[in-house]
Design a protein around this ligand. Structure first.
Ligand code: SF4
Length: 103
């Protein structure tokens, strides 16, 4: 019926929905998505045993997560700067399997 597996269609929906909410949040705070805070690093952890490689995280933070040619998730970075904490929280909330955490 669809050219893409359902999990990828769902991931795209989540990305579009949450990008709109993120932009709305920045408008309410009166700032822009441009980075304003000095940075400390946040550790990003993925439980690869839980991950089903649906690609939601890769769509939201492509510089940190990537779905490889083999269809499996690759973690491109184990840390992000603190000023991206909101984006990371969004990714953590959007992961349908609760496979991403921070410390
Ligand atoms: S970590 Fe979560 S959001 Fe990312 S591909 Fe795996 S299941 Fe999907």
């Amino acid at each position: 019926m669809y050219g893409k597996p359902l999990k990828f269609i769902l991931a795209e929906y989540i990305v579009v929905h949450h990008r709109g909410r993120r932009a709305e949040r920045h408008r309410h705070r009166g700032d822009t998505p441009a980075r304003t805070k000095e940075s400390r690093m946040i550790q990003v952890k993925v439980d690869f045993g839980r991950c089903d490689a649906n690609g939601t995280c890769a769509a939201l933070m492509p510089d940190v997560f990537h779905i490889g040619e083999d269809g499996l998730l690759q973690q491109l970075s184990t840390q992000v700067s603190e000023d991206r904490g909101d984006d990371l929280e969004e990714v953590i909330l959007c992961c349908p399997l609760g496979a991403i955490s921070r410390s």
